[in-house]
Design a protein around this ligand. Structure first.
Ligand SMILES: [Fe+2]
Ligand SMILES: [Fe+2]
Length: 234
């Protein structure tokens, strides 16, 4: 089946793994991760216990944020490189949706699953995440596939996966959605997010906020040190 807009693009969902460039290509990796995100949203909708729903939203948030951060730092720059004429408009549109997801997740982080308005907030977040996956699977990725070789699609997939594993784990709407701002901020934020995650796991949300602030300072110093060292090597 081709894209309903009549532009001849074949949605990722309609392609076999071979056609996508193999299991390691960015098309296959995105498709699998979008399916995992969708499964978490459906599990949330089938759950009736508010605490369990809150845990599912937290799991979804971390996974969606890692996925999007790796797109902003690896996939979208690669797309703009391969399609310099048309790349800007579509990636700017998707980055706008990522920004909205970051803002919604900040609100959800502090919301009580039993409170009025929580469900409406969850609905808007899920809708935006699903819309984002459609833009990528039906438009951005098939367009990239037209101009990039299967080897290039696999190289982008491998780089996206590395970035996804090392990315920040919490929403950061104040961080730029494009390199170099997001790349530079990503190192200290990934450190402080992981300290917060560990502190929250052991001590609860309030301790996590203090631990995160201390780690952000340490992470910022680490990033600055790495930047200075890189400049000296030039
Ligand atoms: Fe995305
Ligand atoms: Fe995606």
């Amino acid at each position: 089946m081709t894209n309903p807009r009549g532009d001849g693009l074949r949605p990722v969902a309609d392609q076999s793994e071979d056609e996508r460039g193999g299991p390691g290509s960015i098309l296959s990796r995105q498709s699998r991760d979008h399916a995992d995100l969708d499964a978490l949203m459906r599990a949330h909708d089938a759950e009736t216990d508010p605490d369990a729903r809150g845990r599912l939203v937290a799991e979804l948030a971390e996974r969606a944020l890692r996925h999007a951060f790796a797109e902003e730092t690896v996939l979208f720059p690669a797309y703009r490189h391969h399609l310099p004429e048309q790349g800007e408009a579509l990636t700017a549109h998707i980055e706008g949706d990522h920004q909205r997801v970051n803002e919604l997740l900040v609100q959800l982080q502090d919301a009580d699953p039993r409170s009025a308005g929580y469900d409406a907030l969850v609905r808007r977040t899920f809708e935006t995440i699903r819309h984002d996956a459609r833009d990528e699977e039906d438009d951005l990725l098939p367009r990239l596939q037209r101009v990039a070789s299967p080897q290039e699609l696999r190289a982008i997939g491998a780089a996206w996966e590395v970035q996804r594993r090392t990315s920040p784990t919490r929403p950061h709407p104040g961080v730029p959605r494009r390199p170099p701002g997001n790349v530079l901020a990503g190192v200290p934020l990934a450190v402080s997010d992981r300290v917060k995650d560990a502190a929250e796991h052991l001590l609860g949300p309030r301790a996590a906020r203090g631990a995160g602030r201390a780690a952000a300072v340490a992470g910022g110093a680490l990033a600055l040190g790495l930047a200075v060292r890189a400049l000296r090597r030039r």
